[in-house]
Design a protein around this ligand. Structure first.
Ligand code: NI
Length: 254
């Protein structure tokens, strides 16, 4: 039994066969999937999908790519959606200094605002950090929220992981850990305390090596968990049990 802590089932890529994708995940032992909205339209869709499928929970927030589109109305809608029963986290929010689809100063301002909103809504936060490790850690330092922080698709090194763990954050590992020559991430996986580890797909993106080039889906979190088990010298069951327990705690899923 595994939990995919970060999927994008609301994205158009899954419109033709979403039901089948969820069914395939469940058949493969994925008992919970957290689907993560990235803009207002997709957040609404994520909440609707969570209402439809027993195994799916939702996270809502505005991705750094879409930070420039945020206005007062956006936050009003997010507040409304946060009251829905299966919303378990705020995200994904953060900084993307790789693509820079929104100007950096806008990303920084909207990240800080959304962290405040997440604290007010008393939700854990799912963090997107691409090529912005220093600024992400700096911004997170002043967060006043009492709920967990999840660094989604962790891409830092072991030093950054240690800083995150010392602050009580969770490290979520995605498909790139299955790619050849990903020694830096393998080292992070080896050194992260088991009680801080999560696994995710970030589907439809970041397809594990075995299916690389095709659309990713929650069932494939199995490949990531297997690789994590291999790196740590544990059984798949041990990794599944630990990461599922962590995810249930983080998202408060019974
Ligand atoms: Ni994502």
């Amino acid at each position: 039994m595994l939990i995919d802590s970060h999927a994008h089932l609301e994205m158009r890529d899954f419109d033709p066969d979403r039901e089948e994708v969820v069914r395939r995940a469940v058949e493969n032992g994925i008992t919970v999937m957290v689907t993560v909205g990235t803009n207002l339209r997709d957040c609404r869709k994520a909440v609707a999908i969570a209402a439809k499928f027993r195994e799916v929970y939702a996270a809502i927030g505005i991705h750094p790519h879409d930070a420039s589109g945020i206005d007062v109305e956006t936050y009003r809608m997010i507040r409304k959606l946060a009251a829905e029963p299966k919303v378990v986290a705020y995200g994904e929010i953060g900084l993307d200094f790789f693509r820079n689809r929104s100007p950096r100063e806008v990303q920084l301002r909207r990240f800080a605002e959304q962290l405040d909103l997440a604290a007010e809504l008393n939700l854990p936060v799912i963090i997107h950090d691409r090529e912005a490790h220093r600024e992400t850690l700096k911004t997170l330092r002043s967060w006043t929220g009492k709920k967990p922080v999840i660094i989604h698709c962790f891409s830092g090194d072991a030093v950054m992981m240690e800083e995150c763990v010392s602050r009580g954050y969770y490290i979520s590992i995605a498909g790139p850990v299955t790619y050849p020559k990903n020694d830096k991430l393998a080292e992070v996986v080896r050194l992260t305390p088991l009680e801080r580890l999560l696994v995710e797909t970030d589907c439809p993106y970041l397809t594990p090596q075995a299916h690389r080039g095709k659309r990713n889906e929650p069932a494939h979190v199995l490949y990531t968990a297997r690789r994590v088990a291999e790196i740590r010298g544990l059984s798949l069951e041990e990794v599944a049990e630990a990461t599922s327990r962590n995810a249930r705690q983080v998202f408060n899923i019974p």
